[in-house]
Design a protein around this ligand. Sequence first.
Ligand SMILES: Cc1cc2nc3c(=O)[nH]c(=O)nc-3n(C[C@H](O)[C@H](O)[C@H](O)COP(=O)(O)OP(=O)(O)OC[C@H]3O[C@@H](n4cnc5c(N)ncnc54)[C@H](O)[C@@H]3O)c2cc1C
Length: 300
Amino acid sequence: MYTATNTRILVPEFDYVRPSSLPVALAELAQTGRQNRPILGGTDLLVQMKMERRTPTCLVDLNDIAELRGIAMTQKGLSIGAATTIRQLAGAQAARDHYRALVEACNAFSTVPIMVMATIGGNLCNASPAADTAPALLVFDAAVELVSQAGRRTLPLHEFLVGPGETALRDGEIMVSVRLGRPAQGTGSAFIKIARVAADISKASAAVSLVRDGDRVADCRIALGAVAPTAVRIERAEACLAGKRFDAEVAEEVAEIVAQDIRPITDVRATKEYRRTASRAIAMDALKTAWKRAGEGRVA
Ligand SMILES: Cc1cc2nc3c(=O)[nH]c(=O)nc-3n(C[C@H](O)[C@H](O)[C@H](O)COP(=O)(O)OP(=O)(O)OC[C@H]3O[C@@H](n4cnc5c(N)ncnc54)[C@H](O)[C@@H]3O)c2cc1C
């Protein structure tokens, strides 16, 4: 006997294929009259299938496709294959050297068994408002590379994330990689997450990346997670900070704008009032940490 919320067993039957090339995977996904679905780590999809929220006809496992693997740093910035696991990204030297907020977001990710299975592509394509990598990627102006049989396109991450569980992915399209610009000299960044317990998804998260020029903030990005339908940049707060001398008073002013501009809801994890208060606090802490790191003389 099972119920629709029994997460221990997988009831509906489905096919499984594991192509080793992108064209074959795209052909599998393009088959008409079937609900074929990509899978990477399965840490979101298998839970949804067990709860019968998704019932794909065939799982197309993308893990053997070379183009979805690897992390590479160039003059332009970082390229991360969609099948890169959260654990691999947390340990990647290029990420540790230049994208500290992203590494902190990966290290805040649940437990090691989840980190070794979960991927950056799955985290973004699942489009949870609480996805940990999303705010950290937004502050580095990330873009995603998408491929289908119709061709290839690149979208800024903020356009890719449309709503809870909703992305700009078209039918039959695969996310191949995530691209980040190279941070300017004098950049510091930080990510902070609040969750009920370490293994849980966030009640609220904040990421900041800023460029320090002496005692002023030359440029900045501020993004929040789990407090709006998608991870969001708070552009009014960024505009308030850019060009200003950084001190505790300015940090407080900026954090107050963050608290005003988010759109939190009440759910099982937290009330909207809690989320607003917590967001103000973590935005301020992330700002101060990013500022301090920006003064350490290396891009982080
Ligand atoms: C116990 C537990 C704890 C968790 N803790 C956290 C946490 O702390 N922070 C957090 O952010 N998340 C957490 N999650 C959620 C989940 O682990 C992440 O969202 C993870 O990154 C999903 O990646 P995946 O590779 O497992 O995705 P999958 O489950 O394989 O796929 C997710 C979705 O993306 C689609 N998809 C996958 N790859 C592609 C692609 N290349 N192109 C197009 N579509 C694709 C799939 O069809 C599916 O709809 C947790 C989940 C569990 C079960």
